[in-house]
Ligand binder design. Sequence first.
Ligand SMILES: Nc1nc2c(c(=O)[nH]1)N[C@H]1C(S)=C(S)[C@@H](COP(=O)(O)O)O[C@H]1N2
Ligand SMILES: [Mo]
Length: 530
Amino acid sequence: MISQTGETPDLRQPPLPVRALAGLLAAAAAIGVGSAVAAVVAPAASPLLAVGSALIDLAPTPVKTAAVRALGTDDKPVLVGSIALVVALLALVIGAVGWRHRRLALVGIGLIGLVGAVIAALQGGALAAVPSLISLVAGVALLSLITRPVARDTAATVTSPAADDGADGEPSATLRTGRRSLLVGLSAAAVLAAAGGATTVLVTRSRAAVAAARDRLGLPRPSSPAPPLPAGVQVPGDTPFTTSIADFYRVDIALTTPQVPVEGWKLRIDGMVDRPLELSYDELLALPMIERDITLTCVSNEVGGPYVGTARWLGVPFGEIIRRVGVQAGVDQVYSYSSDSGYTCSTPYRAVSDGRDAMIVVGMNGQVLPAKNGFPARMLVPGLFGFVSATKWLERLEFTTYASRTAYWTERGWATDAPILLQSRIDVPASLGTITRDKPVLAGVAWAQHRGIAAVEVQIDDGPWQQATLADDGGIDLWRQWYLRFDGPAGRHTAQVRAISKTGERQPQTRTKVFPRGATGWHQIQFTVE
Ligand SMILES: Nc1nc2c(c(=O)[nH]1)N[C@H]1C(S)=C(S)[C@@H](COP(=O)(O)O)O[C@H]1N2
Ligand SMILES: [Mo]
């Protein structure tokens, strides 16, 4: 039909909704195909995810913290969703102008793919660009098919009112060709978008299921699962709140990691008890389990040192053991024995019986306890240094008295009953490291297990002590992250940190050595602002 205004409608391009839809479908198909390839080959290289992680890396810490605060665990879906939305809007525009400015549109969709490819390559190396490049090719190919122009010579005819198909309802042959490739292109795009999306979801799901099955192999479900950590426990860019098994510090006297075979392994529980017990690994696994996030620290950790980490531990609560064996009056220590070279350890009976989450651990971060961390079983008592609580490769628990048994480290002059000392650490920037003016943030961790962290203060150069912003609190048995914005001038600076516990304890300035009950003093670093 000829419009009432007398203007000539442009019959070479479909109506706006169709054009916009075409752009959208072409982009969806492109991303779908790229994501599907990535899901099968290299999940992190998925175009949307790669751009998303680049944005996370680039975002200033306060922005990230605000995002995590506002969005909780939805921060990543929201981020990826926003990127998808931006691409969708661009695709709508590209579709809309795709017929009039075909070359521009093709370059536009190509550029989007290229941006994805470059970002993915910067993140994960040249090969990570492949899925985005596949997206690029698919996007350009589909869009060029969809917008395939009607041959030039007939274009003149179809735009002239005389050739208007309104007259006999029969479009010209060339126009049909244009429409056919439009229809073929749109259908292809729709099919590819759906297939790519479905493949991505299915592959991602089955991968996660396989990993979960392996991780859960042989591990019972906790009767009391770990309470979910608040989303804001992690300051973006700070040390990971939960330490991976690979990064978890290791301290013991074993020259080579004991490889304890689970067949024949027994945990003996005896001493001043009514009903001594011997548990095989399977019998131990059959007991009720709790799962808790707990931060463990070594007495040998120097101020600012690395011997501290947080994991999600799965184990039998000590209360369960105490009930089963019937601990007698007069017991004041649990004396534990290990299979590595005569290591023994004293733990105050009070600490395993006062209701805190003391446990016999069999799982760590959702996996069977690794050999280096004490497989088949170890102890863990929140609030106590590892050398008086966290016996690995556990073989025997003896309920007894301090008067009658002395532990390996006590014999060597170390403290017998050693609670973890209040400590704090600057992790960002690293000592002698650099912060830039566009990311002027210091961050770190503080811990006072079983008391909790109430405040962290930072002093820069000779300035006043400033309150750092605390991340969300995971609980008193966990370390707590903090950050502080520093807008000082370029050049060299020093920073030091101190913490206050929820019990009102202030971290002492006096520097002490780790021997015999742990180091005290404030962690100090030098850093540069650029
Ligand atoms: N059998 C055994 N258990 C042990 C030790 C050891 O030397 N032998 N070291 C203890 C110390 S000092 C600490 S800090 C923790 C460290 O636990 P991780 O190696 O799992 O980090 O284990 C404790 N359990
Ligand atoms: Mo330790």
